[in-house]
Design a protein around this ligand. Structure first.
Ligand code: ATP
Ligand code: MN
Length: 517
């Protein structure tokens, strides 16, 4: 064990904070510290040499559980999940969120002040130093034999709400400030993180640029009636025009503004310059849909590609989704296994199935034929021209094809103005990717690149053309075939975690009549 380390500080002003941390670590590790004259450029090298050793004392539970460095002194900090034992010995299961598993702390009660140990209860936050030891227990390989315990924060057993296991997900939604401390939500949020990272990795590795599109938008072309207004006007006493309507000229932006429902329109501007871009940001929809698949605030991933036709778009969507599922299986195994055991034992099989099979590709028209011939009684009746409801989508995916399905070429009337019009004059080159249990997970299309066709459609739909001048102008200057899609991040996480309510896959869900936390 290294007992002595020499540190030279050559330029304190630049490196002060950094060395300060190192010095702190040295002290934490219980090493002797000696600051003598400068040793110049060798200093960082010397520090590096010992850095790993120093960090060891700061390891998180995930690493400690994998360590076999028995008899080494370690330090952990975390929240107590459970405590059991008797007057002479206590076993504490400690978790710091780095991994689904807890580390066991063994406390020889005779060695500790009773007053301190009394405070080590479920929910309390503690720091423990001790010896990493091979565990005789079946549950774990290693445990820590405590040498010192510090209680950072107590949790009164009479009022801490996460005392027993088996709380309902509904109850946990009401305590969203504490639910990250449960196994379920720890697993979900770690998976959310891993998948966010995977999304950026996929696009970065494939030459896409991350484009930041605005959250506040002046256009409401896409979201007619479903947008949240952004204003600094006094709602109780807004400035009025002569006709009694609100005078938005006096508002912050001098015009009505809303929270965005999608970054697509601006994404297209990026694609028509950088070729391949993607957005990944929050979107907002004031649709009053109290369903297990809708949130008022959700995150969307929207790639947009110049020179992609609809086939290329479908290929990308399929490859992207399979990559993400594979990434989850490769990087979130423990969490997936936990969720699978807890909620849905077909989960991992389903993920593997989707990865291993080609998505079915059908047109809307053949989807309608299949539904009509199915003999099924649907709540929403089927005929050519209606929008597919979740029950229809799930029938196609779960009962008919038994695999993900991409439906293309929807009726012009039910799709957005920007979708490329087919020559039949009736359908557009839209594509929805439908998944088991979820229904629509991706909505996308080839975009209309013709100025004439685009503006005709905008006029037919009575969309204020003036507001979209910038979008339309890309069809005048260097227009190009291009495509894109939107993947709802929470729907992806729903599928990957096997959870059934979208409110349980985002840390702080926003839905009608709820914006707590
Ligand atoms: P749906 O028909 O399911 O309401 P949509 O057709 O309105 O979805 P799009 O506008 O195509 O959805 O948005 C792209 C993707 O964003 C959808 O495929 C879905 O994954 C996701 N999404 C849409 N609305 C929501 C919402 N309210 N909450 C969570 N995710 C959503
Ligand atoms: Mn859609």
């Amino acid at each position: 064990m290294i007992k002595y380390i020499k540190i030279g500080i050559t330029n304190y002003r630049t490196h002060g904070a950094f060395y300060g941390n190192i010095i702190h670590l040295v002290i934490l590790a219980g090493l002797k510290f000696n600051c003598s004259g400068g040793i110049g450029r060798n200093c960082p090298k010397i520090l590096n040499l010992h850095f790993q050793h120093l960090l060891f004392s700061m390891m998180r539970i995930k690493e400690l559980l994998m360590s076999r460095d028995f008899e080494s002194r370690v330090e952990v900090r975390g929240w107590v999940r459970t405590r059991r034992g008797n007057k002479s010995i206590a076993f504490v299961a400690l978790n710091d969120g780095s991994v689904i598993h807890n580390i066991q702390i063994v406390i020889d009660m005779t060695k500790f002040d009773e007053e301190v140990i009394k405070k080590v209860t479920t929910g309390s936050c503690i720091r423990v130093t001790g010896k990493l030891t091979a565990s005789p227990g079946k549950e774990q390989h290693v445990e820590i034999h405590a040498e010192s315990i510090q209680v950072f924060g107590t949790a009164d057993p009479d009022s801490y709400p996460l005392q027993k296991k088996g709380h309902t997900l509904e109850f946990l939604r009401e305590i969203a400030h504490l639910r990250p401390r449960t196994n379920t939500f720890g697993a979900i949020f770690r998976i959310r993180h891993a998948l966010s990272f995977a999304i950026h990795k996929y696009f970065n590795d494939n030459g896409f640029y991350y484009l930041h599109t605005p959250i506040i938008t002046g256009s409401d072309a896409e979201g007619a009636g479903e947008m949240f207004r952004v204003t600094t006007l006094n709602a109780a006493d807004p400035p009025l025009n002569e006709d009694g309507s609100v005078n938005y000229a006096e508002d912050f932006f001098g015009r009505p503004t809303n929270l965005t429902v999608s970054g697509q329109l601006e994404g297209e501007l990026g694609a028509l310059a950088l070729s391949n871009i993607y957005t990944f940001g929050p979107t907002f929809r004031a649709e009053n849909s109290n369903t297990p698949r809708h949130l008022a605030e959700f995150w969307m991933i929207e790639p947009e590609m110049a020179f992609y036709e609809i086939q290329d778009n479908m290929n990308l969507a399929e490859d992207f989704l399979k990559y993400l599922l594979r990434y989850a299986l490769d990087h979130c195994k423990d969490d997936l296994e936990f969720l699978s055991g807890m909620y849905d034992n077909e989960l991992i099989g389903r993920l593997n199935f989707v990865i291993g099979n080609q998505f079915e590709r059908i047109t809307y028209t053949s989807a309608i034929d299949i539904l009509l011939q199915s003999g099924e009684e649907f709540e929403f009746p089927v005929s050519w021209g209606v929008d597919l409801q979740t029950e229809h989508e799930r029938f196609l995916v779960e009962r008919y094809y038994k695999r993900p399905v991409i439906v293309t070429d929807y009726p012009l009337e039910i799709k957005a103005f920007y979708m490329k019009q087919n020559d039949d004059g009736k359908t557009v080159r839209g594509m929805d990717v439908l998944f088991p249990k979820i229904g629509e997970i991706i909505g996308g299309s080839q975009r209309e690149e013709s100025y004439e066709k685009l503006t005709r459609r905008i006029r037919d739909l009575k969309i204020p053309e003036k507001e979209l001048w910038w979008y339309i102008e890309t069809r005048i200057f260097g227009s190009a075939p291009h495509s894109g899609f939107g993947l709802g991040f929470e729907r992806l996480i729903l599928f990957i975690t096997g959870m059934s309510n979208i409110r349980d896959v985002i840390p702080f869900p926003r839905f009608p009549k709820n914006a707590d936390f």
